[in-house]
Design a protein around this ligand. Structure first.
Ligand code: SF4
Length: 388
């Protein structure tokens, strides 16, 4: 049974700079202050910065997941000496790769690294994609990693949101809520994109990482020397110690999921009948993917589809008897558009709400808002595609 949630969960206060307001202390942009700081205090001599080419940047980004820079540097150099380019890595036996990785931990990273190198060589002739969705489609490459590679190797304009940057932006924008929640994460992505400069993207990406890991550290951040302290929401509100919020410890389990509103080129929506037992048993519903899962990978694995355009809609909270569910709808335009209709899968035209099959109440609410609200009807189907 659905019940309303507290307004703070659904109606966040504006971020600095939202709604045309200028944040207190904001003169030069966030990016220009950060880049000025970076020129003097940032890291300029990391081995993957010279040269900053995609294979080296990709390798460093995968190694840096859950691992500190100082630990990574000797591994990076040894790895590169054995596997100097993506072709050598792709052709190497996996045991060889795992051996050079030993000690870095999280060995799924090494296996994905190998699979990714093989995909780049076999499917792309050794060329790295410049399109972020194609980059994300590679094994082991998430959105932040893809953005870090494209911005650092090619200077492309993409925002990153690794753990350090999540903490930095949660504080700067004074974003309440645990950053692991899809709705909070989406706000941080929006904020990260809003702050992007028009130039020096490679340096800006490195500067965000450096400020997050050296100044806006987890305990006792160095606000006195921080270049963006002037309009830092957490500092101005005296909430530095409480942001970002910790993962909620509650008796009632909290679950989060993506709701994929998959649209084909005829503006029809993919619905599937849920299994007879379990939540919403037997009802029709767009695909639901647990938040921990990579929805892009699931989209490819389950339906053979790839998102060409992504639009994040307002999240919806729903309470079940034993847990709370946070649903983050993503409206996707996909390619290829064909999924064979089977007994449990159907493309449904979204022109008349009365013709829809039985849908769960919170899903109905999301579809009504997305397709049948009066103001939506005035808009074209894809007014302003954005990424999630
Ligand atoms: S002022 Fe302090 S809390 Fe705010 S971004 Fe800088 S280091 Fe982090």
């Amino acid at each position: 049974m659905s019940r309303p949630k507290s307004p703070t969960a659904l109606k966040p206060s504006p971020l600095p700079g939202e709604g045309g307001a200028t944040a207190p202390g904001e003169g030069a942009s966030f990016a220009s202050r950060l880049l000025t700081w970076f020129d003097t205090h940032g890291r300029h001599d990391l081995p993957w910065q010279h040269p900053r080419e995609p294979y080296r940047v990709w390798l460093s980004e995968v190694m840096l997941q859950q691992t500190q820079v100082t630990t990574v540097i000797p591994y990076f150099e040894r790895f590169l000496a054995r596997f100097p380019d993506v072709q050598t890595l792709a052709a190497a036996p996996i045991d060889d790769v795992l051996q050079r990785w030993a000690g870095l931990g999280y060995y799924a990273r090494a296996r994905n690294l190998h699979r990714c190198a093989q995909a780049v060589v076999e499917l792309r002739g050794g060329e790295w994609p410049r399109d972020i969705e194609q980059m994300i489609a590679l094994p082991g490459v998430g959105r932040s990693t893809a953005a870090a590679i494209l911005s650092q190797a090619f200077g492309d304009r993409h925002a990153i949101l690794d753990g350090n940057v999540k903490r930095l932006l949660s504080r700067h924008a004074a974003v309440a809520g645990w950053p692991g929640l899809p709705a909070v994460q989406q706000r941080l992505w929006n904020y990260a994109e809003k702050l992007l400069p028009d130039a020096r993207l490679a340096d800006y990406t490195q500067a965000c990482m450096d400020l997050g890991s050296q100044v806006c550290v987890s305990r006792r951040p160095l606000c006195a020397v921080c270049p963006v302290a002037g309009d830092c929401g957490a500092r101005l509100q005296d909430r530095v110690a409480e942001l970002p919020a910790s993962k909620p410890k509650r008796d009632r389990p909290q679950r989060s999921a993506w709701l994929l509103l998959i649209e084909n080129d005829k503006a029809a929506l993919l619905l599937e009948r849920r299994p007879p037992s379990g939540i919403w048993g037997g009802l029709w519903c767009p695909p639901v993917i647990a938040a921990e899962q990579d929805w892009r990978a699931e989209l490819a694995a389950r339906y053979g589809l790839r998102a060409e355009s992504v639009q994040a809609l307002e999240p919806v909270e729903h309470s079940f008897t034993h847990y709370d569910l946070s649903l983050q709808p993503l409206r996707l335009r996909v390619a290829p558009a064909g999924v064979a209709e089977a007994g449990a899968t159907a493309w449904t035209t979204m022109s008349d709400p009365s013709t829809l099959p039985g849908l769960p109440a919170p899903v109905r609410k999301i579809l009504d808002a997305a397709y049948f609200a009066p103001q939506k009807a005035q808009q074209s189907l894809w007014p302003e595609p954005s990424t999630a």
